[in-house]
Design a binder for this molecule. Structure first.
Ligand code: GUN
Ligand code: FE
Length: 443
């Protein structure tokens, strides 16, 4: 039984190096929200399927100027940092964490505060075309459950981590786990509470094991979380070699690179997503590839905190898995459109260098098609979720965009590129998750 059928032009990125245009695509969506067929007019059966959808009253035909693209997967976002998106980004990472971010995150002990912020954040993400988010929460289990409830109520697909951080040298007394035992036990309580909350819900959030980053965690916490990842077979998320300071910290404490430390504690699995990685060496990148770990590229954040730009093109060629993250609030924008644009721009800066005597790194350019792939199918694959594409077998997590400038005589791929550069929240007209309308522009 079909739930709905969409008819209109669609774009999807089947691979990292290109986007496919589907003219007049007929997208059939079943009762479970799965895309069961994507037909184009040259395919047999198209006219028959079109007639049947019309007769059953299921056809939703896009108006001229509208296009369909997959919903975005934000592969790295700190939900509690939403109120400070765009604050103090001229500070270095460690100062920004200690002066601004930890005091803000500590406020989520107050569940009313959490409710206010999380309600607004989830709505904002949907309005910007994000249909899946991999969230860092805070250390507060109950506030993280408030975020989970908001995601389910508003229709955002999510994976949520209760942040573990107990190292007294690198975390403030007012915002830390009291011991590694507490960090691990509270993570386990969160996993069980979230699984209970999501029972029977189509968009039950996935619990994610979340050591904040190596500096924040004692050896006992890293080891205990590695054991939990194995026991529950759940995803893991953290930061890796985000900046010169973080990269050097791991070397000073362990005599190892950040990625090797996470590996030593059993935290690198085929379900792990690590943010940033601007300072990863070739050896680290190979280790991540061998373990099946995905990297969340956060280009806006790289510009502020990364001391460099992730070598996206080289990593893709090396066989590493990549997606795109906003890193709110290391990045200021909740829009993955903004992050797509920055990913391309920063790749040019990486290629050309930043001064006359700096020749940059050749072969670092990426196209807007590649950045769009990262924001859609790349992120979906990182989370092992069947979303991120207009393809049979994927869940129907989709955006309908209204092109403000549908120029005549423009090729479909030129139009796609222009839309990616110009799309703001105003262009996102409707958003579907599991084939259900979860956001629609009000007239
Ligand atoms: N490293 C540890 N915590 C954070 C955080 O909240 N944001 C970023 N960008 N990096 C971190
Ligand atoms: Fe981050």
């Amino acid at each position: 039984m079909l739930k709905t059928v969409l008819l209109g032009p669609a774009y999807t990125a089947p691979e990292s190096n290109h986007v496919t245009y589907l003219a007049d695509a007929l997208i059939e969506i079943d009762q479970d929200g799965k895309i069961t067929a994507v037909l184009t007019p040259d395919e047999p059966g198209y006219q028959e399927h079109l007639r049947e959808a019309k007769e059953a009253g299921l056809l939703h035909e896009l108006i001229p100027g509208q296009v369909i693209v997959p919903g975005f997967v934000d592969l790295h976002i700190h939900a509690p940092q939403w109120p400070q998106a765009g604050h103090a980004l001229d500070k270095p990472l460690a100062d920004w964490l200690n002066d601004d971010t930890f005091p803000l995150e500590a406020k989520y002990e107050d569940l009313e505060y959490a409710q206010t912020i999380y309600h607004d954040l989830v709505h904002t993400l949907l309005a910007n075309g994000t249909t899946t988010a991999l969230f860092f929460g805070t250390i507060h289990t109950e506030a993280n459950l408030v975020l989970a409830r908001e995601c389910m109520d508003q229709g955002l697909r999510s994976a949520i981590g209760r942040v573990a951080m107990d190292n007294p040298d690198q975390t403030p007394a007012y915002y830390r786990d009291e011991s590694s035992q507490e960090a691990v036990a509270e993570t386990e309580r969160f996993i069980q509470a979230l699984e209970f909350l999501g029972q029977g819900e189509p968009l039950a959030p996935l619990p994610v094991i979340t050591p904040r980053f190596v500096p924040s965690c004692s050896d006992g916490t890293l080891a205990g979380l590695g054991r939990l990842a194995k026991k529950y077979d759940l995803p893991v998320q953290s930061h890796v070699s985000e900046s010169n300071w973080e990269h050097q910290y791991a070397i000073d404490r362990f005599g190892l690179h950040d990625a090797e430390v996470l590996d030593k504690f059993g935290l690198l699995t085929a379900k792990t997503v690590l943010a940033h990685g601007t300072q990863l060496t070739d050896h680290d990148a190979n280790l991540l590839r061998e373990r099946g770990v995905a990297i969340a590229h956060c280009p806006i954040s790289n510009a502020y905190f990364g001391n460099g730009v992730l070598p996206v093109n080289q990593l893709l060629k090396n066989g590493n898995q990549l997606g795109l993250g906003s890193d709110i609030s290391g990045g200021y924008s909740p829009s993955l459109y903004d992050n797509i644009r920055h990913a391309v721009a920063l790749s040019q800066v990486r290629t050309d260098g930043v001064a006359n005597d700096d020749q940059g790194k050749p072969d670092s350019r990426i196209s807007v098609q590649t950045a769009f792939y990262l924001a859609t199918k790349g992120g979906a694959q990182a989370l092992n979720l069947p979303v991120g594409a207009v393809e049979a077998g994927c869940q129907a997590d989709l955006q309908i965009l209204t092109d403000p400038h549908p120029w005549p005589k423009e090729s479909p791929l030129d139009r796609f590129e222009r839309l990616m550069y110009q799309a703001t929240r105003a262009v996102v007209t409707a958003v579907m998750v599991n084939g259900d309308l979860v956001y629609q522009v009000r007239d």
